[in-house]
Design a protein around this ligand. Structure first.
Ligand SMILES: Cc1cc2nc3c(=O)[nH]c(=O)nc-3n(C[C@H](O)[C@H](O)[C@H](O)COP(=O)(O)OP(=O)(O)OC[C@H]3O[C@@H](n4cnc5c(N)ncnc54)[C@H](O)[C@@H]3O)c2cc1C
Ligand code: SF4
Length: 333
């Protein structure tokens, strides 16, 4: 691993002022925050990430989960994934989030991994993680060998001719269905970004994965007040039962009244270049009887624009079945 300076800022303002000296935003920047380190240190050992300065944010006061006056939930940036998943309020009111976090990684990793780090985890595309290979995301303009190469686990939704990498997070998929808001403090002040606008599609600039700017520190995430009577499910399909990323996953927050779907929030994981909220599935569900035929129609709508690559066409039907089954689990649970 290359040499780098390790710094422990005293407070968020000091962390932001130092990180603002970076040439780019957090991903790929030469000055980086580190939280649990389970993404960043991994990539530094592979020489994929080579920051000159690493700012340890673990001592900043960003590690609380609190109920807000409006009944919503505030989750600090450095809250560990394990603490989030096992928090009684999360388990009771935001079960889809607890299930999604527990479906990710391993118990040891979840004890280290943080809320903000999970939002910014990077793709598992094998070419991105191998510095001997070209990769537009790692080195813009070098090409995307995955398009003609190994792409079984990569995206069928939101890809471009420059990058087809999947966003690997489980947590973010649940947060998309819960309509979370990401709170950021930067050199120009604070701002709140809805999770749907936080991650970017690859387009012509796959190296830019989020709307963060140099110096931006994620301070916390908020969730709206829980929806009374909603049913929630996270279903993850993968090559083995644990310690594996999703091939397809679905996060559902649904309300069924008198056999009719009255509200639906649907997001997909493992298939998109970003956590994939599906307004198409949601509008196919609302106002319709909660039955298997309509759940399948919603799944068809969600995957209507999917584009297979040479090895990952199976994901389209897998994602449809995943979503249909998750809706059935939620509606009958
Ligand atoms: C073997 C393995 C298996 C895994 N399996 C899964 C899985 O199945 N599902 C899944 O969802 N995830 C999985 N993960 C990924 C894991 O969830 C992430 O690595 C973790 O959530 C990252 O959190 P962290 O705190 O360790 O991030 P770090 O490595 O500390 O940071 C990650 C990125 O976030 C930036 N950052 C951190 N905090 C902030 C902040 N407050 N503001 C701005 N930038 C910040 C860092 O600069 C860095 O760019 C796996 C990881 C490993 C190593
Ligand atoms: S899919 Fe994206 S991350 Fe993978 S090789 Fe292509 S450009 Fe790189």
């Amino acid at each position: 691993m290359h040499t780098f300076e390790f710094v422990r800022p005293e407070n968020p303002a000091a962390a932001i002022a130092t990180a603002a000296k970076a040439k780019t935003a957090q991903q790929g920047a030469d000055v980086r925050f580190v939280a649990g380190g389970t993404t960043l240190l991994d990539l530094m050992k592979l020489n994929v990430e080579t920051p000159a300065r690493v700012l340890d944010i673990n001592r900043l006061p960003l590690d609380k989960i609190e109920t807000m006056p409006d009944g919503g939930l505030k989750i600090g940036a450095t809250v560990r994934n394990s603490d989030l998943a096992h928090h009684p309020t999360v388990q009771r009111d935001y079960a889809v989030l607890s299930q999604a976090v527990l479906a990710g990684a391993s118990a040891q990793l979840r004890n280290m991994a943080t809320t903000a780090g999970n939002l910014l985890q990077r793709t598992r595309c094998m070419y991105f993680r191998d510095t001997a290979m070209p990769c537009n995301k790692r080195e813009p303009g070098t090409g995307c060998p995955a398009i003609t190469g190994s792409n079984r686990t990569l995206a069928v939704l939101g890809a471009s001719e420059h990058c087809i990498a999947t966003n690997p997070s489980d947590m973010c998929v649940a947060m998309a269905a819960l309509e979370a808001t990401i709170h950021v403090q930067g050199p120009k002040g604070s701002r709140a970004v809805p999770i749907g606008a936080f991650h970017l599609l690859p387009g012509r600039t796959p190296q830019r994965e989020t709307v963060l700017e140099p110096g931006d520190l994620i301070t916390h995430v908020t969730l709206p007040p829980p929806i009374a009577g909603s049913k929630q499910v996270y279903l993850k399909l993968r090559d083995r039962a644990s310690y594996e990323f999703a091939l397809a996953s679905a996060a559902i927050v649904i309300t069924v009244t008198g056999g009719q779907v009255t509200r639906a929030r649907v997001a997909l994981g493992g298939v998109g270049t970003k956590p994939w909220r599906s307004p198409e599935a949601e509008s196919a569900l609302v106002g319709k009887p909660a039955n298997a035929a309509n759940f399948r129609k919603a799944a068809e709508a969600a995957l209507r624009d999917a584009k297979p690559q040479s090895e990952n066409g199976f994901k389209i039907e897998l994602a449809k079945r995943c979503l249909t089954h998750a809706l059935q689990m939620a509606a009958t649970g």
